[in-house]
Design a binder for this molecule. Sequence first.
Ligand code: GLN
Length: 447
Amino acid sequence: MNVNEAINRLKAIQPTTNACVTIIEDDVKTHEGVLSDVPIALKDNVITKGILTTGGSKLLSNYIPPYNATIVDKLKQAGGVIVAKTSLDELGMGGTGTASFNGPVRNPFDLTRQAGGSSSGSAVVVAAGAVDIAIGSDTGDSVRKPASYVGVVGTKPTYGRISRYGIIPYASSLDHVGYFTRDVRLAALMCDVLSGQDKMDHTSLPYPSTTIAPSLQDNVKGKVYGVFKEVLEAIDHPQTLKHFDAVCRALESKGAIIKTISMNETLLRTCLPTYYIIANCEATANHSNLTGVNFGLTQEGADVETIMTNTRTHGFGPLIRKRFVIGSYGLKDENQDKLFRKAQKVRRLIVEEFNRMLNECDGLIAPATTSIAPLLEGANMNVLSNAHLIAENYMVLSNFSGAPSITVPIMPVDGLPHGINLTCKIEDESTMFQLALAIETCVKEGL
Ligand code: GLN
């Protein structure tokens, strides 16, 4: 795929999918490297110097940043060419691709369905064959869930492994840069390209850059895949379960060991509420600078207070206004201990339990989602069911702990894409790509 072909394809799919906020036709290669002339799309919460960066929000719909995110410079240094800024749920909040100021994103395999979110557009441009690489961000599952819904590989390396300098934040203790690729080998190469400590990002950890791709092998003899028991039990879609089982049997025939691993169910059912408290509180604090005073789409007002109120009232969509109300409530002096601080303590218990599970295997696997992408209109699920609380949202566990996690597409369910999620120990991307490659190979070889 060359740059011109990518731009033409992006233009062709835009009217039906709404995957892009901006298609960029004038970026050029500035360096030679492993990504020379490779077209790359960026989620529109990645800050790009001189190029509109909206974060999916009306409030930032006129924002042209004066600097680049570190990862943009890294991609350029590797020879990459930026061809698009892609649609996202506003400020990364949401999982449907329907909460952006520029309208819903549609799944290219069935335009009546979601592509998932919040990195919706990035997932779609890879799935539709416009680019081989698109950057996303993952705070709760925002790369790994859409990857499942559109049938591409979605990767979230270890927390702190890839710089977040210049990524519009959502929740700082949970935010990760992630990315979509067509296959696992390219996912490993992207980890090598993007990883490395960045002094501009105080959450960046002192890990050296990885060099995984050159020696990546499809060999899982003796490796232990842990099957996440409670997630499987919370899924009632027979074909999802049948396909997952077929992949496990194929891995066994490659010499891998399949072992069932269980999590304390009370802690597991607590994950999503704990996540929402932490994420909404952190988001509320992070976005207190979006007032229209220094930048953004400023609204009229007689004094500064009114300008800020009008800007935020008219600049944010209903979903994130609601989340900021919840976040402000959780951060109030009288509530902070019983909500935000308590959620942080529960998170620690969850992470201890999750690390215990990861120590019992080389990688933990489960279907990434219960079934295929939901319909854009009329989708609904009982939010207190285990299907929702556990099977649809367990992937937040690796945001809580920072563990590397990847979704790999397997066989279609009801004729539409679907994936397996795999999570490994912190810092162990090397094993993660190895185990993921074996899954991909089994599927490509027809099991
Ligand atoms: N759907 C989750 C949320 O709305 C995850 C979002 C994300 O990972 N950015 O918070």
